[in-house]
Design a protein around this ligand. Structure first.
Ligand code: BES
Ligand code: MN
Ligand code: ZN
Length: 506
């Protein structure tokens, strides 16, 4: 896990040292603490801003080295813009962009003056900034044996990143209290990123399950089912995917029973965990195949989410279920034309072994419903390349049998910047997967691949409110953002933590 700098919350009048970050709004509105610093430096801040034509616009900054009449290393004016200013996610983004600036400048000790002229420097905003700092600071450097010379990679592990960051705000104790929840969230997101970034040679189904077992540390009850147990449950759809792999499949069940009534119906989160997807006998082309180490992004999200919910002691009964397997070509691998009987009893003709994610989910969805009778299920999967054709890398595809749940997810997406876009479910897509030789086939026609994949999943869901998130475009390889520089994004953890907080707690 990434080494993170220490973050402390202090009052606005607390001593400043090292690099001081001053937030500035458009038209050069300085908050009170910024004005005080300007006065102390005999107007240098204002003058520099004017000379540097810095006007506080969002995503701009100005650096003042060794300001006179102080022993500060530098003052960093960071443009906050006027924006809407109100949204929590705006402050998280701001924290992210501050960290980007700090890392690039190899700042050591840092003071962030979190007040802005127009608004609050109160507990939630200060904690949101801190969340942004942590998310932006994440790197996957586990396999780098030499310290990086790239300043953008410079970090505390190499002795040239931020050591201690003070966030100066109006209500530091309250901010520290609110930070506990954000810390749980940051840790869950970084865990999900770590899992996605980890290559498949060191993260097989067994290793992934072992990593999930460590959630016991935060109070999650973890069960790992092996191949014999899954055989006994007749999970031939899931197990068929792993037949070509030397490494045995696993099903992990993570339970966090935090609701007042531990027996109240839970909500379930289901994740696709294909640790590597070669396509199997219907093999993928070589170009870009390395990205298929991230084909367990759904399972990574569910694991990170369960960490977060437990670490922040969410008042909810939540179950995370992940199907872990590897799709490889081999003498024992399943073939196009094979027919398997899924746990639900429905038979599936496999016409393309590369459409394996739905086979994994079919059995895990069935198991989740039979065992837990949940009041809601969300599954996440890097399911189809087609979702990127439809939505690019900005939105995850959302499919649901329930308008209310779909609306809640849309709102949670808007609030967290993990955006989802609803896609159609329709009998016409369902018809496309009818098979001559079995109950269904595992691929549809040439077009609408994400929709036929969702139609396939729907055949394994009863009338439980259910949503499927196709995260093939968002779980990995997204454009760098203010809150992430690594390949794995941890997409879905923030979104679903928010969904739980808004609708399933208390
Ligand atoms: N894991 C892939 C989908 C994927 C592609 C995820 C690119 C992330 C990036 C999935 O198992 C797959 O191979 N889907 C096929 C389905 C097709 C065979 C019907 C696809 O999208 O091409
Ligand atoms: Mn595939
Ligand atoms: Zn896949």
């Amino acid at each position: 896990m990434t080494e993170q700098p220490e973050i402390r919350f202090v009052g606005l009048d607390h001593d400043q040292k090292g690099t001081v970050v001053v937030l500035v709004e458009n038209e050069l509105a300085f908050a009170a603490s910024g004005r005080a610093l300007d006065k102390q430096t005999r107007g240098q801040l204002m003058k520099a801003a004017r000379v540097g034509r810095f006007n506080g616009a969002q995503k701009t900054s100005l650096e003042l080295i060794c300001p006179a009449n102080s022993d500060l290393d530098r003052v960093l004016l960071i443009g906050k813009g006027n924006g809407t200013g109100g949204a929590s996610s705006d402050w998280v983004e701001l924290g992210g962009s501050i960290m980007g600036q700090l890392v690039a400048r190899k700042a050591g000790d840092v003071s962030i003056l979190a007040d802005v002229a127009s608004g609050p420097a109160d507990a939630p905003e200060a904690a949101d900034i801190a969340l942004g700092l942590l998310l932006r600071n994440y790197r996957f450097r586990k396999y780098k044996t030499r310290p990086s010379s790239d300043p953008a990679e410079a970090r505390n592990g190499n002795g040239n990143g931020a050591r201690e960051i003070l966030i100066h705000c109006r209500a530091p104790e309250a901010a520290a209290e609110q930070m506990k929840r954000r810390r749980a969230l940051a840790d869950g997101i970084c865990l999900a990123r770590d899992l996605v970034n980890e290559p498949a040679n060191t993260l097989g189904p067994v290793e992934f399950a072992e990593r999930a077992e460590r959630l016991a540390d935060v109070g999650v009850e973890v069960e790992v089912l092996g191949v014999p147990e899954m055989e006994a449950l007749k999970m031939a759809a899931l197990l068929g995917v792993g037949l070509g792999s030397e490494r045995p499949s696993r099903l992990v069940v993570m339970q966090w029973l935090g609701a007042e009534n531990r027996r109240a119906k839970p909500i379930c989160f289901v994740g696709k965990g294909v640790v590597f997807d070669t396509g199997g006998i219907s093999m993928k082309p070589a170009k870009g195949m390395e990205d298929m180490k991230g084909d367990m992004g759904g399972a990574a999200c569910v694991t990170g989410l369960m960490h977060t919910l437990a670490a922040r002691k969410a008042a909810v009964n939540a179950i995370g279920l992940i199907g872990l397997t590897e799709n490889m070509p081999d003498g024992r691998a399943q073939r196009p034309g094979d027919i398997v009987r899924s746990m639900s009893g429905q038979t599936i003709e496999i016409l393309n072994t590369d459409a394996e994610g739905r086979l994994v989910l079919a059995d895990v969805l069935c198991y989740a419903q039979e065992r837990f009778k949940p009041k809601m299920i969300v599954d996440l999967a890097t399911l189809t390349g087609a979702i990127m054709v439809a939505l690019g890398k900005e939105f995850a595809g959302l499919f649901s049998n329930n308008d209310r749940l779909a609306g809640w997810l849309k709102d949670a997406g808007d609030a967290t910047t993990e955006k989802v876009w609803r896609m159609p479910m329709d009998a016409a897509y369902d018809k496309e997967i009818d098979s001559k030789n079995a109950d269904m086939k595992n691929i549809g026609g040439q077009y609408g691949g994400s929709c036929t994949a969702a139609a396939f999943l729907k055949r394994f869901v009863d009338d439980t409110p259910w949503a499927h998130l196709d995260i093939a475009g968002t779980a990995m390889g997204s454009n760098r953002s203010e809150t992430n520089e690594s390949w794995g994004s941890g997409f879905g953890v923030r979104l679903l933590d928010r969904l739980v907080a808004d609708h399933y707690e208390g």
